[in-house]
Design a protein around this ligand. Structure first.
Ligand code: ADP
Ligand code: MG
Length: 255
């Protein structure tokens, strides 16, 4: 029997900035519908890891495959046109929302499908309205981003990423910039996506989310994955002292 191909397959991934080696050879697979939470101290390479998975960074070694298609091989990336096509398979949500400030909420979502999926304005707007409804913001279609709360902006950013019909969604600390009372509404949307079977990689310090929603927790330190396992294992009996110390620090931060 052939096993299901991984949605994301990473081998020997290396990335430096100048002579600072940030990723030191990462091997990792994400299976379809798996929710992977990436944890680790600041500067350990979590963002760089995610950014290498959608071509935002150019690694100098290793390979990245998305849905069986090669994004990077031997440190060489696809040509730009193919890269754009493959990037559509990988949605990304950042800490800082990155909405277009001069476009309405609806147009923030419909722009990508019109430009890159070739949808008519009417079709793209219809899809955008359905996505807004899904993230609980149907009434905000005509609002401008500046009028939204951080939690609402982030839900729009998620809808915008989903509008490209990605196979994988990457989240880089999606709730870290939010006031505490707005974190829950964003995590709720992410939980819904997980329950619908979306494949997700999430960098977050929200350990309750990791515990409840993730299939796998990956601990990074100094550019390597030092351990990975189901949340119940990582949170109760990590094999690495660095993981234990990191979790202690995060969990006792006091909220
Ligand atoms: P994390 O997300 O775990 O905090 P990052 O991936 O953002 O870690 O960064 C890892 C290391 O790479 C840090 O030391 C950071 O300063 C460095 N780094 C990240 N991006 C750049 C860049 N564009 N230029 C130079 N150094 C960078
Ligand atoms: Mg980061």
């Amino acid at each position: 029997m052939s096993s299901v191909a991984p949605m994301v397959r990473i081998r020997g991934l290396r990335k430096s900035f100048g002579d600072h080696v940030v990723l030191k050879g990462i091997d990792f697979d994400v299976q379809p519908s798996q929710v992977v939470v990436v944890i680790g101290p600041s500067g350990s390479g979590k963002s760089t890891f995610l950014r290498c998975c959608n071509g935002l960074e150019r690694p100098e070694g290793g390979s990245v495959e998305i849905c069986g298609r090669t994004l990077v091989r031997d440190g060489r990336m696809l040509a730009d046109r193919e890269l754009d096509a493959l990037r559509e398979e990988v949605g990304m949500v950042f800490q800082s929302f990155n909405l277009f400030p001069h476009l309405s909420v609806l147009h923030n979502i419909s722009l990508g499908p019109r430009k890159l999926r070739g949808l008519s304005r009417a079709a793209a707007d219809d899809e955008a309205r359905a996505l807004l409804d899904k993230v609980g913001l149907a009434q905000k279609a005509d609002a401008m981003p500046a009028s939204l709360s951080g939690g609402q902006k982030q839900r729009v950013a998620i809808a915008r990423a989903l509008a490209m019909k990605p196979s994988v969604m990457l989240f880089d600390e999606p709730t870290s910039a939010l006031d505490p009372e707005l974190v829950g509404e964003v995590l709720q949307v992410m939980k819904m996506l997980a329950s619908e079977g979306m494949t997700m990689m999430v960098v977050t310090h929200e350990m309750d989310f990791a515990r409840e929603v993730s299939d796998l927790v990956v601990m990074m330190d100094e550019g390597v994955i030092i351990e990975a396992g189901p949340p119940e294992t990582i949170f109760t009996s990590p094999t690495q002292d660095r993981t234990r110390l990191f979790l202690q620090a995060v969990l006792t931060r006091g909220t």
